[in-house]
Write a protein that binds this ligand. Structure first.
Ligand SMILES: Cc1cc2nc3c(=O)[nH]c(=O)nc-3n(C[C@H](O)[C@H](O)[C@H](O)COP(=O)(O)OP(=O)(O)OC[C@H]3O[C@@H](n4cnc5c(N)ncnc54)[C@H](O)[C@@H]3O)c2cc1C
Length: 398
């Protein structure tokens, strides 16, 4: 018998599950099916991240990131409170350690204010008072930045979705889709499902899904591994806030930060190293087919050329723990080499356009019956609830 579903969602990460739940809340009569290739949800980005609920400081004013992040902070706090999930408004300090960074901090303050985010610049003495173990000339203080456990959020959303009749097939991979005037026929490795609309939330594989649905994505996902260390041998009160460096304008990511974890303890990280496999959690992970696919992409080489300095230094920091430590010691000198213990890495799905541009904002690609989320890097975990609302509005289910 032919299987049908009103909506089919590819991927049970935080974006896919938040969207499934939002659709169900909007129209409880809809049949919604989520297909997830792993044994359980949030196996990839949503379960391997820093756990920071961002306030929305960094993002280009008027961008989707700026809008969804600040809405997402409030929505995430509300969801955690409603469902008794861990959420701690620890606040964040972005620490300038030299004069050049002091200037950049001022620009960051202006941007945060343009985005309507509460921030305040504090001086060296105030920083020392707040964080005696942190060295800096100035810091940008964001009182509302928080920490949580995104895995627990996904599990809770999933539980609500399933208890209200939503269906999730695990260990099942979407292979292709064919869109016609009346429906989309989706093939997985286990079945064929006919549906009215498809939402692609496949993260590290979003471009491959676009291709397998017969469209040209005009971008490629380039995987960037983010390596962390757990801090050993340090006191519980090493820091009270999230400690971030001032972002380097030559690098697209936020920099190695010191993060109090919601379960206790601290991590430092993540760096941003080019991975040789989309799900390449270790330096030695290599996938020949994916590697060839990447190196035949013109945009990859342009991106690499434009970011050659940071690509090399990120690789060095990945190979040498000592080089990595130097980045942390810039703002916290009491961390030593033997304090850096094992902690699992994450891999970011970063969309890169044909002209080598690292696509900064969230990206959506629409056809009549499909909506592909082409780029959902950080802060997409923070922003998942507003992203889900945006998708529900966009796909027009009624
Ligand atoms: C190191 C790191 C640190 C980060 N820190 C933060 C942070 O502190 N705060 C923040 O807001 N964001 C952070 N992010 C970003 C955030 O984690 C991601 O933006 C977010 O999790 C993206 O969610 P997603 O659902 O789009 O993707 P994913 O969580 O990757 O989910 C995609 C899912 O699709 C499935 N899938 C793929 N292909 C198929 C297929 N063919 N068939 C079926 N299923 C398929 C995958 O198995 C996966 O489960 C971080 C990311 C990383 C990697």
């Amino acid at each position: 018998m032919k299987e049908t579903s009103d909506i089919l969602i590819v991927g049970a990460g935080i974006v896919g599950i938040a969207t499934a739940l939002e659709l169900q809340k909007t129209n409880s009569a809809l049949t919604i099916t989520v297909i997830e290739k792993e044994k359980y949800s949030s196996c990839h980005q949503s379960g391997n991240n820093s756990g920071v609920v961002h306030a929305g400081i960094y993002y280009e004013p008027e961008s989707l990131k700026a809008k969804f992040c600040s809405q997402g902070l409030k929505a995430t706090e509300k969801f955690c409170k409603e469902h008794n999930l861990p959420y701690n408004k620890v606040g964040k300090l972005i620490v300038a350690t030299n004069e050049d960074e002091v200037l950049r901090l001022k620009k960051l303050e202006e941007r945060a204010k343009a985005n309507g985010i509460v921030v305040e610049i504090i001086n060296k003495a105030e920083l020392r008072k707040l964080e005696p173990n942190i060295n800096g000339l100035q810091a940008l203080y964001s009182p509302n930045t928080a920490i949580t456990d995104y895995k627990q959020i996904v599990f809770k959303m999933e539980e609500i979705f399933k208890s209200n009749g939503g269906v999730i097939y695990y260990e099942e991979k979407v292979i292709s889709g064919k869109e016609n005037d009346n429906c989309v026929v989706v093939k997985t490795n286990k079945r064929t499902i006919e549906c009215s609309k498809v939402i692609n939330c496949a993260g590290l594989h979003s471009d491959k899904i676009v291709e397998s649905f017969g469209c040209n994505p005009n971008y490629k996902i380039i995987p960037f591994r983010g390596e962390f260390f757990r801090l050993n041998n340090q006191p519980n009160d090493l820091v009270k806030h999230l400690i971030y460096p001032v972002p380097n304008p030559e690098r697209p990511f936020l920099g190695v930060h010191l993060t109090p974890k919601i379960q206790g303890g601290f991590t430092v990280g993540p760096n941003a190293v080019l991975a040789f496999k989309r799900e390449g959690y270790k330096l030695t992970n290599f996938n020949f087919k994916e590697f060839i696919d990447t190196i035949f992409y013109k945009g990859f080489w342009i991106m690499l050329w434009n970011n050659k300095k940071s690509a090399v230094s990120e690789l060095i920091d990945s190979i040498s723990k000592l080089a990595y430590l130097k980045r942390v010691n810039k703002y916290c000198s009491q961390i030593k080499l033997n304090d850096l213990g094992h902690y699992p890495a994450g891999v970011r799905a970063q969309a890169v356009s044909l002209n080598g541009k690292i696509i900064d904002d969230f990206l959506f690609i629409e056809t009549k019956r499909c909506l592909h989320i082409g780029n959902a890097p950080s802060p997409a975990a923070t922003s998942s609830i507003p992203i889900a609302k945006y998708i529900v509005n966009k796909i027009n289910i009624n």
